[in-house]
Ligand binder design. Structure first.
Ligand code: SAM
Length: 256
């Protein structure tokens, strides 16, 4: 009881600090979701926003499991060997970063949002004095974080066997998606694989531009779309969504 009173008092003093689960009791679940803000011409993702879209910690943990296994399955189906060099574009605060890095000899994670990137660095190691980038070694995970965006990637040509965008291209507006995709093609090594989990059908909103599979296939030409499968999500996903089919698909592209 005193805990509850304490929570209420804290909430009245600092509404921004009211724990999310308490909001969850007051706000219908279809209003929950990640938080976004726009800065310049970028749609940025609040650190913590993605975690908040799951209604419980159990859902968040389960969703991470399903997303990671979904990503690994598609990679296993198309890559004969462990990637030596992988690139993650739009890593956010690094939710998927260590999981990709574990399977790669050298992983680079790029993110335009300084706050999200700083958070990722805090989670996965320390950099030598540079809070927004640097090489981090945590256990067997070897990651270099870098600030950058899909439209101008701070990495050389033909450098990666695996390039991943996980709910990132959907946030790139129509006038810049061509540049972003040609950058992904530029940095992909010959024979490499691009894996994208992106929204391919409505709903659209002010920070998401869904694009059909055909549109992505055209954008990635001359690479070929070699896979198109359902986004793997946790079993109660549909409870909080307006439809039981995730609007995102996982697509894979490589040289024909
Ligand atoms: C939905 S979050 C996904 C983060 C991470 N991939 C994950 O699955 O947890 C989308 C991320 O894309 C980043 N982003 C937005 N526009 C971008 C751009 N033009 N280039 C690269 N990343 C971008 C955002 O800052 C955000 O971190």
């Amino acid at each position: 009881m005193s805990n509850l009173l304490g929570l209420l008092r804290r909430g009245l003093n600092r509404p921004d600090k009211i724990p999310r689960y308490l909001w969850g009791l007051l706000v219908p679940s279809d209003r929950w979701g990640p938080e976004w803000r726009r800065r310049d011409d970028l749609v940025l993702f609040e650190p913590g926003g993605f975690a908040a879209s799951a209604r419980t910690r159990a859902e968040f943990a389960s969703n991470l499991f399903h997303e990671v296994t979904g990503l690994w399955t598609i990679c296993d189906d198309h890559l004969e060997e462990t990637p030596t060099r992988s690139l993650e574009v739009g890593c956010g605060y690094g939710r998927l970063t260590p999981w990709i890095a574990m399977r790669s000899e050298r992983h680079v994670a790029v993110e335009p949002d300084r706050r999200a990137l700083e958070r990722a660095v805090v989670q996965y190691g320390r950099t030598d004095g540079d809070p927004t980038g640097g090489t981090v070694t945590a256990g067997d995970v070897n990651v270099a974080f870098a600030r950058g965006r899909a439209e101008s990637l701070p990495v050389p040509d033909d450098a990666f066997d695996l390039v991943v965008t996980w709910t990132v291209l959907q946030h790139v507006p129509p006038e810049r998606i061509g540049e972003a995709v040609s950058e992904l093609r530029r940095v992909l090594a010959p024979g490499g694989l691009v894996v994208c989990c992106e929204r391919v059908r409505p709903p659209a909103d002010d920070h998401i531009w869904p694009r059909s599979l055909e549109t992505y296939a055209e954008l990635f030409e001359p690479l070929e779309c070699v896979d198109d499968r359902r986004r793997s999500v946790e079993p109660t996903w549909s409870d909080a969504m307006s439809t039981d089919r995730p609007a995102e698909r996982v697509l894979a592209f490589r040289e024909g």
